[in-house]
Each structure stands twice: as C-alpha cells, then as structure tokens.
Write a protein that binds this ligand. Structure first.
Ligand SMILES: Nc1ncnc2c1ncn2[C@@H]1O[C@H](COP(=O)(O)OP(=O)(O)O)[C@@H](O)[C@H]1O
Ligand SMILES: [Mg+2]
Length: 249
C-alpha cells in the first residue's frame, strides 16, 4: 500500500515579473525519505524551495499545486505552513550572531512554545547529541562559529521545531569538503527520526550519496529524475555534475 507522500508538487511554475524561473515542476517526497534536487547556479533551485514554503519575494508568483500530507497548501501563508510542520533552512542561514548557540536553538522552538506545547524544548538534547560541537559551544555567540558550525546550528535550530518536512537550501555552500562530509552524514542520520528531507544542492555527489531519490533541475526544467543510485550512474549526470568524464573506468 502506498502511503500519502509528505510533499507532492505538480505543475508548479514560478515567475518573477515576465520571466518564468520554474516551469511546471513535479516532485514528490515520501515519508522518511531524503530527496534531492541538484542543478547548477541559477537553475531555479531556491525558487522551487521558496515557492513550496510560501517564502517567495513579493515579485515572485507561483501557480500549480503543492500538496503537503495530502492537502493543498499553496494558498496558505508561510506561518501556517510552518505550523503544519514544514521548515526551510534558507541559503542565508539567518542566525542571530550576538546570541548564544543555545539561545538560537531555543528560538527554533518558539512556535511550539507559543502553541502552548509544554515540552517545547524536548529536542534540545537530541540536537546536542546529533551535533556535539554545538553542545561544546552552547554558551558561545553564534557569530563566532565557523561556517560549518553555523550550518549545523541552522539545521539544529530547524529541528527544534520538530518538523515533518525539512527543506535545506544548499547546506554545503562555502564549506570545506571534510565539513560537507560531516554535515551530510548528519542529514543522513536524520532519516531515523522519521523527518522527510528535501535537499537542494549544487554538490551533486554529496547529495546523491545520501538520497533515496533525485531530480536534476536545469534552467527551470526538471530534466532528469530517478532513484539516487541510478542517477549517480547516469552518463549525463556523471559528465555534467560529477565531473568524472575523463576518469577511466
Ligand atoms: N527575486 C528575483 N527576481 C527576479 N529574478 C529572480 C529572483 N530570484 C531569482 N531570480 C531568477 O530566477 C532564476 C533562478 O534563481 P534561483 O532560484 O535563485 O536559482 P538557484 O537557487 O538554482 O541558484 C535565476 O535566473 C534568477 O536570476
Ligand atoms: Mg539558490
């Protein structure tokens, strides 16, 4: 039996004024899955995520269907989408630099606190277990963290809200390879918590390695899709995104 996908997008188009940046996109994220959308700079990756979250700039206009847990949510404002368990970690991490790591994490649970959840901080220890470095630096100002630690904090803060759908916009951006490895290892481990993850990446190799399913976005079009392991074997993906074209087999 097929369960209802956490996210199912169809015919999603986004325009900025007269320019259409995303053409009729269709993607699906199943419960507990990690699904990635890979593609070069300017392909429309952030546009896709922001449209799903309801976080497009005022000049952006989306049409099409966005179903979350089987319900159309495309008309809901961003707060209502967040309240239903959708969470976006944007490309700009938007941390509070002068606040401590711990206070940034606590802020991630603000919505749950306001909703009257008594145990709104129950994810703090799990987040610290997932990111021991954040625990070590809990009293340190967020602005003093390294790039990788900031990314960890951004993901940790998102998890404080106990989302059902976690959307990550290029978590590897600007990070050294070893840190990317560490962060992707953690994203992969999140699978066990049951959260569904939609991962947007230029780093195709790292993304496909931990994903169940993948899509390739090229200038606003979803050009290819398939199980991540198959996509990683696709000659076109290898040549364009994995950079192995000249390597002998
Ligand atoms: N606020 C905006 N106004 C006008 N055009 C935009 C805006 N944001 C993005 N675009 C355009 O939409 C296209 C896709 O951008 P984006 O979604 O940011 O791509 P990616 O995240 O894959 O790098 C690009 O051509 C970009 O210039
Ligand atoms: Mg982007």
């Amino acid at each position: 039996m097929m369960t209802t996908p956490v996210l199912e997008v169809s015919g999603l188009a986004v325009r900025y004024g007269k320019i259409e940046a995303l053409h009729k996109a269709a993607i699906k994220v199943g419960a507990g899955q990690i699904v990635s959308v890979i593609g070069p700079n300017g392909a429309g990756k952030s546009t896709l995520l922001n449209a799903i979250m309801g976080a497009l700039p005022v000049t952006g206009h989306a049409s099409g269907r966005i179903a979350y847990m089987g319900e159309a949510i495309g008309a809901l404002p961003i707060e209502r989408r967040v309240a239903r368990g959708m969470c976006l970690v944007p490309e700009k991490r938007e941390l509070f630099a002068s606040m401590t790591v711990e206070d940034n994490l606590v802020l991630g649970a603000y919505r749950r606190k306001r909703a009257g959840e008594r145990n709104f901080l129950d994810q703090l220890e799990p987040v610290f277990t997932l990111f021991p470095r954040l625990k070590e630096r809990r009293a340190q100002a967020a602005g003093t963290l390294s790039g990788g630690e900031r990314q960890m904090l951004a993901v940790g803060r998102a998890l404080m809200g106990k989302p059902d759908l976690l959307m990550l916009d290029e978590p590897s951006l600007g990070l050294a390879p070893l840190i990317v490895k560490e962060i992707f290892h953690i994203i992969s481990a999140l699978r066990q918590t049951g959260v569904a993850t939609l991962l947007i990446e230029q780093n195709a190799r790292a993304a496909l390695q931990i994903s169940d399913y993948g899509y390739v976005l090229e200038t606003g079009d979803l050009a290819l899709e398939g199980p991540a392991a198959e996509l990683a074997q696709n000659p076109r993906v290898i040549e364009t995104y994995l950079g192995l074209a000249k390597k002998p087999v």
